[in-house]
Design a protein around this ligand. Sequence first.
Ligand SMILES: Cc1cc2nc3c(=O)[nH]c(=O)nc-3n(C[C@H](O)[C@H](O)[C@H](O)COP(=O)(O)O)c2cc1C
Length: 169
Amino acid sequence: MDAMEAILSRRSIRKYKTAPIDESIIQELLEAAMSAPSSSNRQPWHFVIITDRQNLDEIPKFHPYSNMVKEAPLAIIVCGDLRLEQGRGVWVQDCSAATENILIAANANGLGAVWLGVYPLEERITGLRVLLGLPDHIVPLCIVVVGYPAEKKPPANRFNPERIHRNKW
Ligand SMILES: Cc1cc2nc3c(=O)[nH]c(=O)nc-3n(C[C@H](O)[C@H](O)[C@H](O)COP(=O)(O)O)c2cc1C
């Protein structure tokens, strides 16, 4: 799959087969994540890999739109590091770029994935803080749920010429 195909065919996949995901593929997803651009190249991110069934099943107890996790073999928690970011207010952008790279790399590897929002919702942040024992300077941005897809979705094709402005609004 070339880069454009991986981007254009990416969809949120919420049904998964039970098959586990090989460590080499998890490594590839993390390489994609950490190749993202970041403000002043500070790379203010950490990634918590959850494959433990008990831990995965805890997530829907504090995240209301995450039931698909109960069938998924893997969740990647994308976190911002406020110490590395040094109060510049850009960690969300940096970590979002990393998250999108994970989604595209998952699609390119034949995996299905979905981005679950966490930050800035306190209940979800606290839920992950407690579950994972996150230190205070680490803030979870989102959960990327990953698995081999048990559903198919066509490309969304959201191209909208009305949203394009040339040279002036
Ligand atoms: C910031 C953010 C938060 C999201 N949170 C959730 C969520 O909590 N649960 C969920 O099932 N999908 C979530 N999504 C996925 C969106 O629903 C999905 O991307 C959108 O409907 C477009 O569909 P597509 O990804 O298939 O193109 C989230 C996406 C983003 C970018």
